[in-house]
Ligand binder design. Structure first.
Ligand code: 3PG
Length: 214
């Protein structure tokens, strides 16, 4: 199963902000215990690269990627630390070229037809739709998907337990992303049981939607 098939099966890519690398492994284990198999560690903190390394070395069951990748240098460092996928808030042709050359899945942020076309020209057909809530939510994704039939979307930004069901289960949605399953305050407070509970709740909702639609 390739990365994007696995994403479509998993349906959730948590966006994780780690302020202290010591929290990375317990956070990864908590997500995994709740049934989540992806973790996008954002390059927004000074310890992000250490956090990626820690999880790659210690939690083999979770696929770790780097988020908030803003430059080729960011992407190179994250790949060197073992990141299996790269996510950006916007589209970067340079990061796309690097990832294609390295064979690393790249999910760029695209909210306009022009950005989606730029990504598709690089062979990228899964894009992050961020910030989903601000750019029109599900109805905007649906309109774009009607035109770009080969593209799948990873809506992120403003997604939580209450609106998850709006997105999940549509053929043009690869998965949803977001911080709500492991927000920074829960990570910093060491509330890993709470993270597992939120993960289980989200996975349960996804299962229910999928069973209802099948
Ligand atoms: C991201 O980087 O994708 C967003 O910060 C996640 O948005 P959220 O915190 O609203 O889930």
């Amino acid at each position: 199963m390739d990365f994007f098939d696995k994403v479509s099966e998993g349906q959730i890519v948590p966006v994780v902000v780690i302020d202290d690398a010591r929290n990375a492994v317990p956070c990864a284990k908590a997500l995994l215990e709740g049934g989540i198999v992806f973790m996008e560690i954002t390059m927004r903190t000074t310890c992000a690269l250490d956090a990626i390394k820690e999880v790659v070395s210690n939690v083999p069951g979770i696929t770790v990627g780097a988020g908030t990748v803003l430059s080729v240098d960011n992407a190179k460092s994250a790949i060197a630390c073992g990141a299996s996928f790269i996510v950006s808030p916007g589209f970067s042709a340079e990061v796309a070229d690097l990832c294609v050359a390295e064979g690393i899945p790249y999910v760029p942020g695209c909210v306009t037809p022009t950005e989606i076309m730029a990504a598709a020209a690089k062979g990228l057909n899964v894009v992050k739709f961020f910030p989903a809530k601000v750019y029109g939510g599900k109805s905007a994704v649906k309109e774009l998907a009607g035109v770009f039939r080969n593209v799948k979307f990873l809506p992120t930004g403003g997604i939580n337990t209450d609106n998850l069901e709006d997105y999940i289960g549509e053929p043009y949605i690869a998965a949803v992303g977001g911080s709500w399953v492991c927000p920074s305050d829960m990570i910093s407070a060491g509330d890993f049981a709470g993270i597992t509970a939120r993960s289980r709740e989200a996975k349960g909702k996804i299962k229910a939607v999928k069973e209802g639609r099948s």
